[in-house]
Design a protein around this ligand. Structure first.
Ligand SMILES: [Fe+2]
Length: 327
């Protein structure tokens, strides 16, 4: 792999997508407890897409498959046989500036014989899917419709079809919404503002770092003194980081993080959770942030946090298993 090549250059994390055992149960949890609006659903894929409005969804979820294949538009094999057996991370998605950058990066990975999985038209996005060195499934995409709520709302079937990146002239304008209408769920316990980052554990941090800086096109912004954690970011200036890689004995998806408006919003959320009998997995009060973690019905973890200054503090004296919670 030529390290000076330009591959994908994301702006930010677009969404995380989870495999869940019972779609209705998880949709209820993320909507009524976590405060994410159900923007659109895809009954034929057994999928729901929820968010705040910053991107077409902050969090997608697909019901586990029992090993059976699922198909999209025009017979697109969207979920091959044997995929999605257990709850967990399905994929993480990175938003690019425009289609021209996505297509140029796609052509470059093909030229350099870097494997990719598939290319897909999602009606409001074009996507290239590939697998990172740990086996995490990753999506690089560009928005294709600024007013995506006009296209995707309510239940829809066969949203996704095939996309040929090499057919036609790619557009060069950014079609992400720069002034989105943000939605919150009034009666939910938590009122998140936006998804900001994911935290992934890895037993091969240098290899993963190489992937996410070269193919993944992100920039390291901070590393722990002992190099056990590195945080990376895309080009969008209004985020501290978009991905944290943490050394661990074995690779694992740790959590996805949502930012809250302020510490009062965090205190109010904790109060409503308590009143509703929902106990956070963990509450963090740390120099760089205050946050709490919730486990969903499948035991998958989400963080809701408020940033503090300084942005990063040394974690190398913290127990290894705690560090992914503290970053
Ligand atoms: Fe996705």
């Amino acid at each position: 792999m030529a390290v000076d090549s330009t591959y994908f250059r994301p702006r930010r994390l677009g969404h995380a997508n989870l495999w869940v055992q019972d779609l209705a149960r998880s949709e209820r949890f993320y909507n009524q407890v976590c405060g994410l609006t159900v923007e659109f659903t895809e009954p034929s894929l057994v999928a729901s897409f929820l968010g705040t409005g910053h991107t077409p969804h902050d969090l997608g979820m697909i019901e586990t498959t029992g090993g059976k294949a699922r198909y999209g538009r025009d017979g697109l094999l969207q979920i091959p046989e044997g995929i999605g057996i257990n709850p967990g991370l399905n994929h993480i998605a990175w938003e690019l500036e425009n289609e021209a950058e996505l297509v140029a990066a796609f052509k470059q990975i093909k030229h350099d014989r870097i494997p990719f999985d598939q290319t897909v038209d999602h009606q409001v996005a074009h996507s290239v899917y590939m697998v990172d060195p740990d086996g995490n499934y990753v999506e690089f995409y560009c928005d294709t419709v600024k007013d995506w709520r006009r296209v995707l709302h309510g239940p829809l079937n066969l949203i996704s079809g095939a996309w040929d990146p090499e057919n036609g002239e790619p557009f060069t304008d950014g079609r992400y919404d720069t002034n989105p209408a943000i939605r919150t769920v009034d009666n939910a316990s938590v009122h998140p503002q936006r998804v900001t980052h994911v935290v992934i554990e890895t037993a091969a941090l240098p290899v993963m770092l190489n992937f996410y800086t070269t193919v993944g096109g992100m920039r390291p912004v901070w590393s722990a003194v002992d190099n056990s954690i590195t945080c990376l970011r895309g080009s969008h200036p209004a985020y501290r980081f978009h991905l944290a890689l943490c050394s661990a004995a074995s690779p694992a998806y740790h959590h996805v993080s949502f930012e809250l408006a302020n510490e009062a919003a965090l205190r109010d959320a904790l109060g409503r959770l308590d009143a509703n009998g929902i106990a956070p997995e963990k509450i963090v009060d740390h120099p760089s942030k205050r946050s709490f973690f919730l486990l969903d019905p499948d035991g998958l973890r989400s963080e809701f946090y408020v940033r503090r200054d300084p942005a990063f503090v040394d974690l190398s004296r913290e127990p290894v298993e705690l560090r992914p919670y503290l970053i």
